[in-house]
Design a protein around this ligand. Structure first.
Ligand SMILES: Nc1ncnc2c1ncn2[C@@H]1O[C@H](COP(=O)(O)OP(=O)(O)OP(=O)(O)O)[C@@H](O)[C@H]1O
Ligand code: SF4
Ligand SMILES: [Mg+2]
Length: 332
C-alpha cells in the first residue's frame, strides 16, 4: 500500500460541560472522540459505524476543521492537517468535502439548485472563472443524475433522494480528493438509499475519490467499504477489511451489531443468533473504566474494569480492542 491520503493518530475531542449563571464553571467533559487512529488509503472507502452518540459526527467535524481537536494529530497528503493556515487551509477546504445526513436542512431553501451547487465556485473563484460556472453547474447536475434543465428550481421541488444528489453535486464541485459522508442515506427510503449508494460508488471510480463513510448500521456500509471501523463511546473497538469485520469479527460489540443487521432471507434469519445488548450506552461524560463496553458485555471479567484493551492485532491479525477477542461468525 502507498502513502495514506489521510492519517489520523490518537485524535481526541472533548466538549466542556458548563454550568452556573453564565455557564462559566466547567463541571466535566463530554469525551466525544477519545483516541481515534486510522489511515485512509487513496481511492478506498473506510466505513465508520456505531450507535448514536459514539462520536462519528464529531470526528467528521474535526477532520473538516470545523471543530478544533483537543489533542492528537492528522496528516492530509503528508501535511499536518491541524497546522494548515492561509492558502494551504483554503486548498484543504477544497480537497476535503462533506455530505451530510439531512438533505432537507443542509440545503438553503431560498437558493436555486444552480446557486447551491455553484456556491463553492463563488468562494473558490480560482477553480472556475465566472463565465464557465453555469456550464460547470449543469455538468455537475448531470453527473449526479439530475436534469440540468432544473437548475432554476428550489430544493422543495425535489424528492429526498434528489436533494441528496444536489448535496453530492455541491460536494463534487471543487474536485475534492476526500469526501466525508456523514450518514448521507439514513434519512432516505430504503429503495432510494441503494440508488444514492450506487451513485457514490460510481463517482468514486470516476473521480478517484476516497471516502470516510459514516453510518449507524453495518449493513449500509458493507458494499461500498474497503475497510470498516466500529466505534463505541468515542473509541474504535475494531477495524479491518470487509471480510475481517463481516466474516470474522472478534470484538463482542461488532458481533452484537452484526447480529442485529436486518436479513431479508427468512431461512437465514431463522439460523441466526441475535445478541441483545443489555442496558443503554453509558454517558460519554463518565465512561466506564477499563473497557468502555464492559457494562454491556457478556464476556466481561475483572481485567476489563481495570485495563483498557489496546486496539491491536488479535485473532487473524486485524485490530481489535478486546482482552478476550475471539472470532465468532454471526451471520450464517
Ligand atoms: N458541540 C457539542 N457540545 C457538547 N457536546 C457535544 C457537541 N457535539 C457533540 N456532542 C456530544 O458528543 C457526543 C458525540 O456526538 P456525535 O454527534 O459526534 O455522535 P454521532 O455518533 O454522530 O451520533 P449520531 O449517530 O446520533 O449522529 C454526544 O454525547 C454529543 O452529545
Ligand atoms: S475487553 Fe472485556 S468487556 Fe471489553 S469487549 Fe472484551 S471481554 Fe468485553
Ligand atoms: Mg452523527
Amino acid at each position: 500500500m502507498g502513502e495514506p491520503i489521510l492519517s489520523v493518530r490518537e485524535l481526541v475531542k472533548h466538549f466542556p460541560v458548563r454550568t452556573g449563571v453564565l455557564f462559566k464553571r466547567t463541571i466535566g467533559q463530554v469525551k466525544a472522540v477519545d483516541g481515534v487512529s486510522f489511515d485512509l488509503q487513496q481511492g478506498e472507502t473506510l466505513g465508520v459505524v456505531g450507535e448514536s452518540g459514539c462520536g462519528k459526527s464529531t470526528l467528521a467535524q474535526v477532520l473538516m476543521r470545523l471543530e478544533e481537536p483537543t489533542s492528537g494529530s492528522a496528516t492530509f497528503q503528508g501535511r499536518d492537517l491541524f497546522q494548515l493556515r492561509g492558502a494551504e487551509l483554503r486548498r484543504m477546504r477544497r480537497e476535503i468535502q462533506i455530505v451530510l445526513q439531512d438533505p432537507y436542512t443542509s440545503l438553503n431553501p431560498r437558493m436555486t439548485v444552480g446557486d447551491i451547487v455553484g456556491e463553492p465556485f463563488e468562494i473558490h473563484t480560482e477553480v472556475a472563472p465566472k463565465g464557465s460556472r453555469a456550464k460547470k453547474v449543469r455538468e455537475l447536475l448531470e453527473v449526479v443524475g439530475l436534469n440540468p434543465e432544473h437548475v432554476n428550481r428550489y430544493p422543495h421541488q425535489f424528492s429526498g433522494g434528489q436533494r441528496q444528489r444536489i448535496g453530492i453535486a455541491r460536494a463534487l464541485a471543487l474536485r475534492p480528493k476526500v469526501i466525508i459522508c456523514d450518514e448521507p442515506v439514513s434519512a432516505l427510503d430504503v429503495s432510494i438509499q441503494a440508488q444514492v449508494m450506487n451513485l457514490l460508488g460510481e463517482l468514486q471510480g470516476e473521480f478517484g475519490l476516497s471516502y470516510v463513510f459514516i453510518a449507524h448500521d453495518l449493513s449500509v456500509v458493507r458494499h461500498l467499504s474497503t475497510r470498516v471501523a466500529v466505534m463505541y463511546l468515542g473509541k474504535i473497538v475494531e477495524i479491518g477489511t470487509e471480510d475481517e469485520i463481516y466474516e470474522r469479527p472478534s470484538h463482542p460489540y461488532t458481533q452484537a451489531l452484526l447480529s442485529a443487521v436486518p436479513v431479508a432471507d427468512p431461512a437465514v434469519r431463522g439460523q441466526r443468533q441475535v445478541i441483545r445488548l443489555e442496558g443503554d450506552v453509558p454517558s460519554p461524560i463518565d465512561p466506564p473504566s477499563g473497557c468502555r463496553f464492559r457494562t454491556r458485555c457478556w464476556k466481561a471479567a475483572d481485567i476489563c474494569a481495570t485495563e483498557v484493551p489496546k486496539l491491536e492485532p488479535r485473532t487473524d491479525g486485524h485490530l481489535s480492542a478486546c482482552h478476550f477477542a475471539e472470532v465468532k461468525s454471526v451471520v450464517p
